[in-house]
Design a protein around this ligand. Sequence first.
Ligand code: GLA
Length: 684
Amino acid sequence: MVYFGTKLSDAKEYGSIQKMYKPNDDSGILDDAYTPSGSANLAEPAITVTHADGNKSLDLHYISHAVAKIDDNVSMLTVTLKDPAYPFEVKLYYKTFFKEDVTEQWSVITHNEKGVVTLNKFASANLNFKADGFWLKQYHGNWATEMRPEESKLTHGIKTIDSKLGTRANLYEPSTFIISMDKPATEDEGKVLLGSLEWSGNFRVDFELSPEPSNYLRLIAGINNAAAEYHLKAGEEFATPALVYTYSDHGTGDASRKLHSWARKYKIVDGEGTRLTLLNNWESTYFDFNEPKLAQLFKDTKKLGVDMFLLDDGWFGNNHPRNGDNAGLGDWQENKLKLPNGISSLVKEAQANGVKFGIWIEPEMVNPASDLYKAHPDWVIKESGRPEKYFRNQLVLDLTNPKVQDFVFGVVDNLFTKNPQLAYLKWDCNAVIYNAYSPYLKKDQSHLYTDYVRGLYKVLDRVRAKYPKVPLMLCSGGGGRVDYGALKYFTEYWPSDNTDPLERVFIQWEYSYFFPAIASSNHVTDWGKQPIKFKIDVAMMGKMGFDIVVGKLNEQELAYCHEALKNYDALKDIIWHGDQYRLQSPWGNDVASLMYVDAAKSKAVVFNYLVNNRYNAGTKAPIRFKGLDPQKKYSVKEINLYPGTGSVLEGKLVYKGDFLMNVGINPEVNSYHTSVVLQLDAVN
Ligand code: GLA
């Protein structure tokens, strides 16, 4: 049993916790830390196996545990379990981050049987909870509708969230979840667990509420075992991905901040570093560009005042030019008609304009209309006996095959070797796996979903070994792959192709429960009818970028961009590395508000967005700030003022932290001021 909750003052008393709980459980193993199947356990198991002799019964007994201190903040608890009847072992790993209060949990399975053991199910973690009721917040969506939340009270039986898509696995639902205990948690109150599987493929998270009167919640999370049994040879290790989770008894705000600090320090590449602002050309040109157009875009990048130009899809393919999404994927050579002088001349030209250059790739994929498909049909995941079924006109390469891994690594490596000044990659993944068949795996087809992701991580390991710091954006036709398994290799993610800022307030809000602002790529685009001020103010709550035609901005709009970029430069350190407080939700309110505060509590920024266009919608009451020092005095000023407009706040505002947190400030958001950004500075 694992105890979550307030730290006890006498450590010896932890030993007495278990005997206080009396689950109504005849099997005696319902609250085990990793429930096997085929023996006494008749509830949903964490692990199911078929032994080498065909027997399906597994029993796991505690053998030993060890705690290793990795450093002052991180320690690793390992618990060894063994089957008394078979040479079969599971090690449970709990990597704990004390300051951040975060745990990563996974398991490693091995055996020494005479022959191959089949793993039919192999969860990462199996947690048990006891409370007066459980509420699950989960997410669903699709392209452009990512991260739609739903919260419901868990009833008896099993509730499952899962994916079987193979790649782009989070397209319909991600593995991220929130469980409230006793009552639905709020931002500042309630017992709450935030979790997410660190895996970019099929996942399954079961929430099993055992029957009255025990009412235990059993959470079992891991790789989805659907069509995925794994054959394990004697002596071979099967390591599951980690489930990362954090618990708070002070609501979701505290839990999110813990996850953010952990992610920045321990998971996301360069999470405590800096990021590049950029101009992307996807929506301004789509596939239709050439060198003169790009030369103009480099100038526009400079004129706008951002750090980098990002060239999106459409730059490659010759026999099958990438002029639409139906050809060219796999042929990663510059298109000679569009780019006769190649990428290296683009990098130079961008630099001559004083900006960096980044580029889009989607190296895991292939269009049937490509040289690659013709040269290597055996590199493609498909059922040879069935008609091909495409997703966005493309198929997925078989990353279980080491030759394909070399190829995909080569796509990245060639770009950087030929263009050492290349500053950034956007790595996309736009298809799911239909007709899952790997020519490479032959008889082990059920390994495909697991080994695909392992193959992807092998490639990304090689990329990071050679290019440890280069910024990489994780994109998957929008947010189809936002998870901490992948984010270990990336500096940022693309939340959604939906960049309508009103939609983005909601989408970014929901991602913010699990992922820190520094990793959220928020672009200002033509989506949405709102003015540029609203768009930029929304993009600012993360890593800002643009995908607009700069030439279409009028003088005032361009001046606003410059003003906002100047403010962003001054505040980005707080947004990226500070503590985030969600003040007022966009759901059910006219106005969404959230703020970021620096570690010293001396500087903060508050974003307020109108999310309801009905008559008289706006802030009728003050918004109470959070995370400030009650004793410090702060000046409050509106920033990001559109040229020619004054602040909605009258006079010079200086208030103590306790006033700002108990009474608050009315940011006067309404249909005339649809977004209001406030800067707080501690004053003496
Ligand atoms: C995906 C991405 C977009 C863009 C296109 C290019 O849909 O999400 O941002 O890069 O691919 O084809």
